[in-house]
Design a protein around this ligand. Structure first.
Ligand SMILES: Nc1ncnc2c1ncn2[C@@H]1O[C@H](COP(=O)(O)OP(=O)(O)O)[C@@H](O)[C@H]1O
Ligand SMILES: [Mg+2]
Length: 335
């Protein structure tokens, strides 16, 4: 008897298009994937590939005025696309919470950090002042902040960058979300602190039975911390699969280019980095073909003409979008 793992998040054909003075800008162009309970999924891609817009769209956080979202985001059974602000407020914090790149933009600089955690607990969970304070101190302790009682009364500016990001994580965890979305949570922090924050997220995921989406431009970050990876380019998924499969048997030349341009986790100082030639495409002028074709050493005529859809590599759950893929590392090479 086989039991289907429960899907916490099911995203189907999701698009996010901004109306800009220059015309429609398709930042997310038809994305489908899902996440199981207690899974960590990595989303990687160069800057501008649509990772943040995708994350915010999943949260239902896009500005209402100049954006059109189509498709479906089922989060713990709730439809996010088209949901009212009131409905989404019921899910935020409880079903999903987000940690953004820059802790200073998520924290109010003139409010003591304890109060910022309390607020969420009192408003969202209806806790009393005393109960909220006790829980806030517990949360500060949970995210590894030393002397939490003392830090409860500190202002964000009195903490280091790493400690501030721990506070942001504490706020995200306040209502015990089922899914934690971390968008470049360690970019800008020094390497040692980065590892500490990533280890903390890992630890909390196990302890609190959460699922995690780890968004990063750095493949080193997702190599050891995710079970599956989505590789994004120009607002689309160009490769998706088990982390091991994507690292060892990627078929999309863009994935290879990303790997070659990322410091190796095992030997960061001795890796020669190869920058990906060319620049990410102008999303308002996407060609009918593969968006990566103009930068791809393997591109053929067809790549410039016709967009490749995701196809199976043969390995379970591994898909890539490429007309002229890299040969499989085992088995018969294609084309
Ligand atoms: N509010 C907005 N209005 C118009 N374009 C936007 C807006 N937000 C993001 N974009 C565009 O969407 C694309 C994807 O951006 P983003 O998701 O931030 O990339 P990433 O997080 O992968 O670096 C970029 O071309 C960016 O300029
Ligand atoms: Mg981003």
């Amino acid at each position: 008897m086989s039991t289907e793992p429960e899907k916490l998040l099911v995203v189907e054909d999701l698009t996010t298009t901004f109306a800009t003075p220059g015309g429609p800008l398709p930042a997310v162009g038809g994305i489908s994937f899902n996440i199981n309970k207690n899974e960590t999924l990595g989303i990687v891609g160069e800057s501008g590939s649509g990772k943040t817009v995708l994350s915010r769209t999943i949260m239902g956080l896009q500005p209402r005025t100049n954006v059109t979202v189509t498709g479906s985001v089922l989060l713990n059974g709730h439809q996010i696309v088209g949901a009212s602000e009131n409905e989404k407020r019921k899910y935020w914090g409880i079903d999903v919470a987000m940690v953004f790149q820059d802790p200073m933009t998520s924290l109010n600089p003139v409010m003591r950090i304890g109060k910022q955690i309390d607020e969420s607990l009192r408003v969202r969970l209806g806790m009393s002042r005393e109960a909220a304070k006790a829980r806030a101190i517990e949360l500060l302790e949970l995210v590894g902040i030393p002397s939490p009682e003392r830090r409860y009364s500190a202002y964000p500016g009195q903490l280091s960058g790493g400690m501030r990001q721990r506070v942001v994580i504490a706020i995200a965890l306040a209502c015990s979300p089922k899914l934690l979305m971390a968008d470049e949570p360690t970019t800008g922090l020094d390497v040692t602190i980065q590892a500490q924050i990533l280890n903390l997220i890992d630890e909390l995921k196990e302890r609190l039975h959460m699922s995690v989406i780890l968004v990063t431009h750095d493949l080193g970050v997702v190599a050891t911390r995710t079970s599956r990876i989505i590789v994004m380019y120009a607002g689309r998924i160009v490769e998706i699969g088990d982390t091991r499969e994507v690292f060892t048997n990627h078929r999309m030349p863009y994935t290879r280019a990303l790997l070659e341009s990322s410091p190796k986790v095992t030997n960061p100082s001795h890796t020669r980095l190869i920058a990906i030639p060319g620049r990410p495409p102008n999303l308002m002028k996407l060609s009918a073909g593969c968006s990566f074709a103009p930068r791809c050493a393997y591109a053929t005529e067809r790549c410039h003409q016709e967009r490749p859809e995701l196809q199976s590599s043969g390995a379970p759950g591994h898909f890539f979008a490429c007309w002229n893929p890299l040969p499989a590392s085992q088995g018969a090479p294609t084309s």
